[in-house]
Design a protein around this ligand. Structure first.
Ligand code: CAA
Length: 380
């Protein structure tokens, strides 16, 4: 086993660390308060190649491995999980899905722009009545020969308003259940496609989350991804990789909160000494550090599985489950170590605690990860 990062991985990690410190930290409290999308920061991340990290350079991507992507997600998320979810959705759910399963024409038309970050994309699976129960799609894409007619509503869509390209999962043939589901590419501005109001969220407040409404939207057949009926498998395969990205986000949130708590505990004095000298604080730090390291090993292993052509459904689900639970726990303890200061915005840990919560919910709740894990271990 070799736990050393390559020169290239170390460089990419450092670039993300510098970017987060120099470009994401400034104005973060204001962006969070105002729910302001980080437009300028996304542009700069595109210039750094962070929006199409794993895409082949022939489509404009950075051609890096999953571990490099995870390292970037971790560093960005230490500071700004709103920006990192934009990166994660564009990389794992949109670019990866298109590169793996899209036609050459779709790659030429969409992937080349998405991978360079000239435009960003959204992944549209969740519905008012189909969150965890993802096969219960009510959005329909009815087959009309050379096109589909799309009707329905999608909920909680990341990049909902800022995206230009939307990968939409919809039911074509209800009789066939999940085998009658398709994934189609919808462009912003198509007639009948409306963007609903922005959600007012607890955390990751500067990422824009919207519902989307499709009213008789005519989508050409050439915009279907893969064979007829491949849509649900497309969503599941894409989400399996997405979960590694969100696991890395959770890891970064935990590590960011821990680093702040560690620093604070060496500065803040109580009862005549730095609070780190009190065992109640030192033991908290020990637990936080240990859990973060365990989460890191799970996340890197899942990335390694993906890079080495192994199945990563199980390792990705375990990484997401453990990293998300760790993020919530560590961020909450980081607030506790900060005491009263932890409860005010200037110290950043309360935002990380609010941001941590979503990692237990999106791209499959912690309970859904346990379904994936238990099914995998029970089938042997
Ligand atoms: N790869 C390939 N195929 C898969 C798969 C995978 N990882 N997982 C399931 N499938 C296939 C199954 O093999 C099955 O196909 P067959 O019938 O041909 O064998 C089919 O999909 C249906 O699978 P199940 O019978 O297991 O379906 P289920 O109804 O029991 O649900 C589930 C399985 C794992 C619970 C799934 O519904 C699920 O993942 N739910 C959570 C959805 C989710 O993660 N939503 C997140 C929204 S996206 C988001 O949050 C993005 C964002 O904005 C940040």
């Amino acid at each position: 086993m070799d736990f050393t990062l390559t020169e290239e991985q170390l460089m990419v990690q450092q670039a993300a660390r510098d970017f987060a410190q120099n470009e994401l930290l400034a104005g973060i409290i204001e962006r969070d308060d105002a729910q302001q999308f980080p437009t300028e920061q996304v542009k700069k991340m595109a210039e750094l190649g962070f929006l199409g990290m794993m895409v082949d350079s022939k489509y404009g991507g950075s051609g890096l491995d999953t571990l490099s992507y995870v390292l970037v997600m971790e560093e960005l998320s230490k500071i700004d999980a709103s920006s990192s979810v934009i990166v994660s959705v564009n990389n794992s759910l949109v670019c990866w899905g298109l590169e793996a399963f899209g036609s050459e024409a779709q790659k030429e038309k969409y992937l080349t722009k998405l991978a360079t970050g000239e435009i960003i994309g959204a992944f549209c699976l969740s519905e008012p009545e189909a969150g965890s129960d993802a096969t219960s799609q009510k959005t329909t894409a009815l087959d009309k020969g050379d096109h589909y007619i799309l009707n329905g509503t999608k909920n909680w869509i990341t990049n909902g308003n800022s995206a230009e390209v939307y990968l939409v999962i919809a039911q074509t043939d209800i009789e066939k259940g999940h085998k009658g589901i398709n994934a189609v590419i919808v462009e912003k501005g198509m007639e009948g496609f409306e963007i609903g109001p922005k959600e007012n969220k607890m955390g990751i407040r500067s990422s824009d989350t919207h519902s989307l409404i499709f009213n008789d939207v005519k989508v050409p057949k050439e915009n279907r991804i893969g064979e007829d009926g491949f849509g649900f498998k497309f969503a599941m395969k894409t989400l399996a990789g997405g979960r590694i990205g969100i696991a890395a986000q959770a890891l970064g949130i935990a590590a960011g909160a821990y680093e702040l708590a560690l620093k604070y505990s060496k500065e803040r004095k109580a009862f005549g000494t730095e609070i780190a000298n009190h065992q109640s604080v030192a033991f908290k730090l020990a637990d936080m550090h240990t859990k973060i390291q365990a989460a890191r090993h799970l996340v890197y292993k899942a990335a390694w599985d993906k890079d080495n052509g192994n199945n990563y459904d199980l390792s990705g689900a375990m990484a997401k489950l453990y990293a998300a639970e760790t993020a919530m726990e560590v961020a909450t303890e980081a607030v506790q170590i900060h005491g009263g200061n932890g409860f005010v915005k200037e110290y950043h840990v309360e935002r990380l605690m609010r941001d941590a919560k979503i990692t237990q919910i999106y791209e499959g709740t912690s309970e859904i990860q346990k379904i994936v894990i238990s099914r995998s271990i029970l089938k042997g």
